[in-house]
Design a protein around this ligand. Structure first.
Ligand SMILES: Nc1ncnc2c1ncn2[C@@H]1O[C@H](COP(=O)(O)OP(=O)(O)O)[C@@H](O)[C@H]1O
Ligand SMILES: [Mg+2]
Ligand SMILES: [Zn+2]
Length: 607
């Protein structure tokens, strides 16, 4: 039988102990400087390198060329303490978990009076030291307090608090930590290369996550996946299924639906979660983690390189795009709503319904009156106020990340483009330009037959292909397109929403417009027009019912400013409109009503 990875690859030098530099570096320095202590305490979670490091320290101290942080590997001591060595009489390892602590401790005390046989030190490694009984510690106490010059103790434990304080205070304490994801991923990759195992790149984050920071657990998972792999190696699908994690694709789709505030797609994703045999609770938990990652991305632009987020590069660029499109406050509120939903699912008999409710609530800031929901709405009101007051003066910095709202149709008044000031903005804001010169959106196009069966949701699902085709054609246009959320697709027109007018304006001009339209045709079939809006997808009007199909598009509510009274045909958001903010009350009943009205859901009585 093959040796388990975590046994086969036990670190043999401090350099091989990954992710514990805060411990190994000071240890190496202490050894080099000859500042040694008679007792060491290595604490930390299981499987993060305590026992391995205790053995490395013993080997370092007893090397004939030492004490040295780089044991020679040649001398008697080094050879006997190597991974395949027979052990050294002077290094005594006691596993407190499997021995009657006190007897061992007495015996140990008696044996300690004899000097080391062939090495510099007589080293006792007392592993799982929290299992040593109070009596056992008391028996050791005298020895630890006044050890002969040649005796050295290394205690290793997951629970340093259980080590008798009088003993603990004599030790140099080195706390080991859970291994950070990037270091763990590198370790896994390295071992896979050495093993000649073919593991897909996107499998590593799954393995790393399921190992929870313990190298031993992570390597066990990896072991199992490699053992079960077919000729194609370890694939993402295999790994995801075996580890029971939610396919990142489903999370992506849900986030896209969130970004577009598309209730129908939200319901469709939930449907597929359930159809795929996934537990709604698990999905909600994974979704929450994803929202957390997105929030981190809005706050820490270099989250990936600093190890706060662990995902392959292409996944990361998708997530970055999702994060910029939604913004911190929206994401934070969504995370709260999903967390509430998750809490409610515990022990619930109809977790699916609760998942649906939570997800639909997440896209409807108007449907709850929590502080966060109110703040979100207040924020948008303030922004409207700010742009109204500011126009037509110089750009005004605003505290939040909501984009400036521009009317969908060309407006007569020049409007400045304020720069969001809440956080560093990666995209350059353009100089304010007279709108008359560069309308963000052309007037309503003549309706055209929609290419068969293409919907906003189906375009979002093919977005990767569209982006790929666009990248092949023109990288700069692709970069702008990556900022877009698909808000709608009907009558041969795709509506894209951008956070920044700069991006919307750029795509509306040639040659960008033409190449995007061509790519859409290539990937989706048919001929397409493009409309670029600025704002949040939730606020973009969905196509009006058939009777009104010929009317020009409605002005978005948020585009109203003091200088620009609503056009005659402006529709007030009505209580019947499923996406109108403020049209719902606070209670769950109203959310259920929404599900019933908007999506034809039937309430299942859960209790
Ligand atoms: N920091 C680490 N770097 C590399 N491998 C590690 C590390 N920590 C643990 N491992 C792996 O896990 C196995 C068990 O580690 P071990 O040192 O016994 O952990 P602990 O004593 O902290 O429970 C090792 O053989 C090794 O394969
Ligand atoms: Mg151990
Ligand atoms: Zn040596």
């Amino acid at each position: 039988m093959a040796l388990a990875l975590y046994r086969k690859y036990r670190p043999q030098t401090f350099a091989e102990v990954v992710g514990q530099e805060h411990v190994t570096e000071p240890l190496i320095n202490a050894i080099r400087a000859g500042r040694l202590n008679h007792a060491y305490l290595f604490s930390g979670p299981r499987g993060c390198g305590k026992t391995s490091s205790a053995r490395i320290l013993a080997r370092s101290l007893n090397c004939a060329q030492g004490p040295t942080a780089e044991p020679c590997g040649e001398c008697n001591s080094c050879r006997s303490l190597a991974a395949d060595g027979h052990g050294s009489v002077d290094v005594i390892e006691i596993d407190a978990a499997s021995h009657g602590g006190v007897d061992d401790a007495r015996e140990l005390r008696e044996r300690a009076v004899f000097a080391p046989v062939e090495s510099r030190y007589k080293i006792y490694i007392i592993d799982e030291a929290h299992m040593v009984t109070a009596q056992g510690f008391n028996a050791l106490l005298k020895l630890v307090e006044e050890p002969p010059s040649y005796v050295l103790f290394i205690f290793a434990t997951t629970e340093p608090d259980k080590v008798l304080p009088t003993i603990r205070s004599r030790t140099h304490h080195y706390p080991f930590r859970l291994i950070p994801p990037p270091a763990m991923r590198e370790l896994c990759k390295k071992l896979c290369v050495e093993e000649g195992a073919n593991v897909a790149d996107d499998v590593y984050p799954l393995v790393v996550r399921s190992g929870g920071g313990s190298a031993r657990d992570t390597l066990s998972v990896l072991d199992q996946l490699i053992a079960g792999a077919g000729a194609e190696g370890v694939t993402y699908e295999r790994a995801a299924a075996l580890l029971g994690v939610t396919d990142a694709g489903l999370l992506d789709e849900m986030c896209e639906a969130f970004a577009a505030a598309d209730g129908a797609q939200v319901m469709e994703v939930v449907e597929r979660v359930v159809e795929g045999g996934h537990d709604p609770r698990r999905f909600a938990g994974d979704l929450l983690e994803r929202l957390r990652d997105l929030i981190v991305l809005t706050q820490v632009p270099d989250a990936a390189s600093s190890g706060l987020i662990d995902a392959p590069a292409d996944q990361l660029s998708k997530m970055t795009s999702q994060a910029t499109r939604m913004g911190t406050s929206t994401l934070t509120r969504m995370a709260e709503v999903v967390a509430d939903g998750l809490a409610g699912m515990r022990g619930a008999t109809a977790p699916r319904l609760l998942l649906e409710l939570a997800c639909v609530r997440a896209i409807l800031p108007g449907s709850d009156e929590s502080m966060a929901g109110l703040l979100q709405r207040l924020e948008s009101l303030e922004q409207r106020g700010a742009s109204a007051v500011a126009a037509p003066a110089a750009p005004v910095a605003r505290p939040a990340e909501r984009p400036v709202e521009r009317p969908a149709a060309p407006a007569p008044a020049p409007e400045p483009v304020p720069t969001p000031a809440g956080k560093p903005d990666p995209s350059p804001e353009p100089e304010p330009e007279p709108e008359a010169a560069a309308p963000v959106s052309p007037p309503a196009p003549a309706p055209e037959p929609a290419a068969g069966g293409v919907t906003a949701a189906s375009i979002r699902r093919q977005w990767d292909r569209i982006m790929m085709a666009m990248k092949d054609r023109k990288r700069t246009t692709a970069a702008i397109l990556s900022e877009a959320t698909v808000a709608d697709a009907s009558d041969g027109e795709v509506v894209l929403v951008f956070k920044h007018a700069f991006h919307a304006g750029a795509l509306q001009k040639e040659p960008a417009y033409g190449s995007v339209v061509e790519v859409l045709g290539e990937v989706l079939g048919g001929t397409w027009k493009l409309r670029c809006e600025v704002g949040e997808a939730a606020q973009i009007p969905k196509p009006p019912p058939k009777a009104q199909a010929a009317q020009p598009p409605r002005q978005r509510p948020q585009a109203q400013t003091i200088e620009e009274p609503p056009p005659e045909d402006y529709d007030e958001p009505s209580a019947d409109d499923p996406v109108a903010p403020g049209s719902f009350g606070t209670s769950e009943e109203q959310a259920v009503k929404l599900l019933a009205d908007a999506f034809g859901a039937k309430q299942i009585r859960a209790n």
